[in-house]
Design a binder for this molecule. Structure first.
Ligand code: SF4
Length: 264
């Protein structure tokens, strides 16, 4: 899920068509964004569907509810906006589960448009393919938390080996970042509490260990509450991640990833 999700009310509404007329399954387009692709003015493409069910997610449900947009409509918009749009962000949902992601990225590469991909890291084989073909300029991996909490945070049972393989793959892209949302976690005892600074430090240590390096960009993102639409309604009344907790997290994470930043 990318940051543009928080500004859904600004979404463009180009001509929509139902499934069958599309190539890449696009549910939403943000015509331009100044914050989703570092250093670029980007158009943001939202791809529906995700293998995770993160309780704090607001994007998956929304993206399942709106009609599809024709891929050609997106490229038509892009052709007319090239004087100010100089990058494309592909996010979701989870774009790596769309069979047409690679051809879509090839088409953008052929048009010399840098692409940023946001992923949850479940499909390392797709990341490796994109890497081999040099189709992605910037990759952002949501590392949800330490392995022992992945089931709780993702609402499913991810394959830890796939996530680890993706953590390795991401560091091969020309530019990349790791990031974690400091979200509330449904604990095994029925309680709900924010990820702790120690849990985030374990996440950072895992990245350092898997990549053999501490020289990575890592962003801690705050959880932003919503009145409705989260996959688990119990989190809708939860507060925003408190700033002191974010700062404590940064201090702990910096021991493993010194380039850690809070993304407000
Ligand atoms: S990975 Fe989680 S937060 Fe991201 S789209 Fe899937 S369910 Fe939502």
């Amino acid at each position: 899920m990318c940051f543009a999700d928080e500004r859904r009310s600004n979404f463009a509404a180009p001509v929509r068509e139902e499934a069958g007329l599309n190539k890449m399954r696009i549910r939403e387009i943000l015509k331009f964004s100044l914050i989703d692709y570092p250093g670029k003015i980007s158009a943001v493409v939202f791809v529906p569907g995700c293998n995770f069910n993160c309780p704090a997610c607001h994007a998956k449900k929304i993206l399942d509810e709106v009609p599809l947009i024709k891929e050609e409509e997106f490229f038509k918009y892009l052709a007319g906006a090239r004087q100010w749009v100089n990058g494309v962000v592909v996010c979701g949902g989870e774009p790596t589960f769309d069979a047409d992601l690679v051809p879509f990225a090839r088409r953008l590469a052929a048009a010399a448009i840098p692409v940023k991909l946001d992923t949850n890291g479940s499909a390392p084989q797709v990341l490796e393919r994109l890497l081999d073909e040099k189709l992605i300029a910037y990759a952002a991996l949501d590392v949800k938390g330490p392995p022992r909490l992945l089931d709780n945070i993702t609402g499913t049972v991810p394959a830890p080996e796939a996530i680890k393989r993706s953590i390795r793959a991401i560091a091969g892209f020309p530019d990349y970042e790791y990031r974690t949302t400091a979200a509330p976690v449904l604990r095994g005892d029925g309680k709900i509490s924010f990820l702790t600074a120690a849990e985030l430090a374990d996440t950072a240590a895992m990245i350092t260990e898997i990549t053999g390096s501490d020289d990575h960009k890592y962003f801690i993102q705050k959880f932003v509450p919503r009145k409705e639409g989260l996959l688990d309604k119990r989190l809708e009344s939860f507060p925003q991640t408190p700033l002191p907790l974010l700062e404590e997290m940064k201090a702990e994470v910096s021991k493993y990833l010194p380039k850690c930043e809070i993304r407000a």
